[in-house]
Design a protein. Structure first.
Ligand SMILES: Nc1ncnc2c1ncn2[C@@H]1O[C@H](COP(=O)(O)OP(=O)(O)O)[C@@H](O)[C@H]1O
Ligand SMILES: [Mg+2]
Length: 626
């Protein structure tokens, strides 16, 4: 997985409340807690064994110079357990023994390092997989209003980046942080043990430098961020231009686009050059002070060697330990900001997990005979507005009755509320007042999944999933056989064009496959609905994207499909619904006329007007359809 760039998530303050929240996510680690603790122990042990390395190296150097170790100054070792520390310091080990110790230490360290990486990755990956699954199913069961309000693509991206932050934290950052703390403590202890004076000299300079580096570094990062933003801006120009390439070309705007781009690129260059000044200053400052400090400490250490208070081996040890401690310290700033960002990430994940979804059944659904629909549907004075737009009433006291097996056509101007009626039938939203009844029982008295399972919906804009045509049709009834799928496609008049593709039903559709025309997609969606064999069928302008010829073909298929079951057909072209049992004319969120085609035509209302407006257009059809 791509690691998120370090700047795409804001840092948050570390507070007790946030830490507690983050701890909540640790429940996902509970099944693996022993492994996690084992990993922590491995981290401690590997940090400890790492710190033995400089010790043995120093001893080796002293061994090379024969006996160079001087007794430790009594002022220091006097307070210690008499002996052990001092004895270790003055111990004379042979070269070979030192090498043996080093390899022993390396062996131990190798094992612990391996175990720590392995265990933490396992714990991180496994608990993250569970977290991912929970987040996805929570999102998927969210009510429709949630998806209206949020930009879902953005949300999905944010979440996947947040989850990978958490994963990084579990399997990397946290471990590094702990290892850093261990290394720092052990390293400092060793430094003081080697020579307290020298340690104090070093520590009087280094923290000051570290603080300066952090402040300076922060400033530089801010500058870099500005350059990044500008770069992204010019990236947007490129994207926009290619996205709207037809417009750019049709309006001969190439020159303007190039100008716009080159102006933005120059801005990037200006910022980058300004930044380079500061960065150059920062780097030279760091180089100077780092090496200056080393020189200064070495100078002081060398004087201690000169005066016989320190051996060369101990000085070497000291230098290596200092580098270890210094490096760890420098890494902390980064780790810390990483952990802050992780805390922010856990917050948004927790927010999602706290939301309540719709009461859908997350299991394979079979129709329960107790809830089997017979097909009677009634809208009883339904008032509704979309949650995202409380000030815009959409349905204003809509009443409508369909008896079992009846074909109801919904017609009316666009924006009248027809698609909204379909959404309410599917229980995507609940009415503000009034009721929707299935078989004279309130819709809310059915388990949500039971109800939806018995409806089939062919939406206005058909979305096909990436995958094969076969899989897309089988979405209507998972587990359907190839023969059933083909039979459904034949009925939807989709078989011919599907069979015309070289790969037939195995043709990939969507982004990575073939792009189907609107009419072809609609016929696949119809085949999907045919395969589902629902009690109630909802067609939202199912033939709107078809040309006249295939419309006739599909209309026949739909007539077959609708026969014997309750259906709601939202129609754009009135010629397609003349034979409906009931035509309801919807305007401004209410039924203003209803009846058969003949009775509505006899009455001088909106239906007749709409028909007359479409008459010229559909003249070739009206003969066949009436
Ligand atoms: N998801 C939505 N959020 C807010 N308002 C919506 C949403 N969908 C539709 N509307 C509004 O509801 C009204 C009815 O829309 P719709 O049912 O799609 O009309 P129709 O299908 O009859 O053309 C319109 O004014 C539309 O702007
Ligand atoms: Mg619509």
């Amino acid at each position: 997985m791509a690691r998120p760039s370090p700047d795409d998530r804001p840092k948050v303050k570390i507070t007790r409340a946030r830490l507690q929240q983050a701890m909540g996510l640790f429940t996902y680690m509970r099944p693996y807690r022993w492994r996690f603790f084992a990993a922590l122990v491995c981290i401690a042990l590997s940090a400890f064994s790492t710190s033995l390395f400089p010790l043995f190296l120093g001893k080796m150097i002293d061994a090379a110079g024969g006996h160079a170790t001087t007794p430790a100054p009594s002022a220091f070792s006097g307070n210690m357990v008499p002996g052990l520390g001092a004895r270790l310091k003055s111990a004379n080990w042979s070269l070979n023994f030192c090498l043996l110790l080093i390899f022993l230490q390396l062996g131990v360290q190798t094992i612990f390092s391996f175990l720590r990486v392995y265990l933490l990755t396992e714990v991180g990956e496994r608990s993250l997989a569970n977290m991912r699954k929970d987040v996805f199913s929570r999102l998927l069961t969210m009510p429709m209003s949630f998806f209206n309000e949020k930009r879902v693509g953005e949300l999905a991206n944010r979440i996947s980046s947040d989850l990978s932050y958490i994963q990084d934290a579990l399997s990397f950052t946290l471990a590094e942080f702990l290892r850093g703390i261990f290394t720092l403590l052990i390293g400092l202890a060793f430094i003081f043990w080697i020579n307290a004076k020298l340690a104090l000299v070093m520590l009087s300079v280094v923290p000051l430098l570290a603080i300066l580096a952090v402040i300076f570094g922060r400033f530089i990062r801010k500058l870099a961020k500005r350059a990044q933003d500008q770069l992204a801006e010019s990236g947007n120009i490129v994207n926009d231009a290619f996205h709207g390439i037809t417009v750019v070309k049709a309006f001969t705007h190439e020159y303007e686009e190039v100008n716009r781009y080159s102006k933005s690129v120059h801005e990037v260059v200006d910022t980058a050059i300004t930044n380079a000044r500061y960065r150059g200053a920062f780097i030279s400052f760091m180089v100077f002070s780092l090496f200056g400090t080393i020189a200064f400490v070495m100078w002081y250490g060398a004087r201690l060697v000169q005066s016989g208070q320190l051996s060369i081996g101990l000085l070497t040890m000291f230098v290596i330990f200092s580098v270890l401690v210094g490096g760890t310290f420098a890494g902390f700033a980064d780790l810390f900001s990483q952990l802050q960002k992780t805390l922010g990430a856990t917050e948004s994940i927790r927010d999602i997990l706290r939301e309540t979804g719709e009461p859908v059944t997350l299991a394979h659904i079979e129709t329960d005979p107790a809830f089997r629909l017979h097909g009677a549907v009634r809208f009883d004075n339904v008032v509704f507005h979309y949650p995202s737009r409380p000030d815009v009433p959409v349905l204003r006291g809509l009443s409508l009755t369909a008896s079992p097996g009846q074909q109801v056509a919904l017609v009316g101007p666009s924006g009248a509320g027809k698609t909204t009626i379909a959404s309410l039938l599917l229980q995507f939203y609940q009415p503000d007042s009034g009721r929707i009844l299935f078989d004279d029982k309130d819709a809310t008295s059915f388990p949500l999944s039971q109800l939806r399972h018995q409806l089939a919906y062919v939406p206005q804009d058909v979305i096909l999933f990436g995958g094969t045509i076969k899989e897309n049709i089988a979405y209507g009834r998972p587990g359907a056989s190839d023969e059933e799928i083909e039979a459904a496609a034949v009925k939807a008049n989709a078989h011919l064009f599907i069979a015309g593709f070289p790969e037939g039903y195995d043709t990939l559709v969507g982004e990575r496959g073939i792009q189907l025309s609107g009419g072809q997609r609609q016929r696949i969606a119809i085949a999907r609905a045919i395969l589902k064999n629902p009690a109630i069928l909802i067609l939202d302008e199912a033939t709107s994207a078809l040309d006249s010829e295939s419309e006739q073909l599909v209309q026949d298929a739909l007539d077959n499909l609708m026969r014997g079951r309750t259906s709601f057909a939202i129609a754009h072209r009135l010629s397609t619904i003349r034979n409906a049992d009931l035509i309801a004319v919807i305007d401004k969120g209410a039924v203003i006329e209803s009846g058969s085609h003949a009775s509505l035509m006899a009455h001088n209302g909106l239906y007749k007007k709409l028909n007359e407006m479409q008459f010229d257009f559909n003249i070739s059809f009206s003969d066949e359809n009436t």
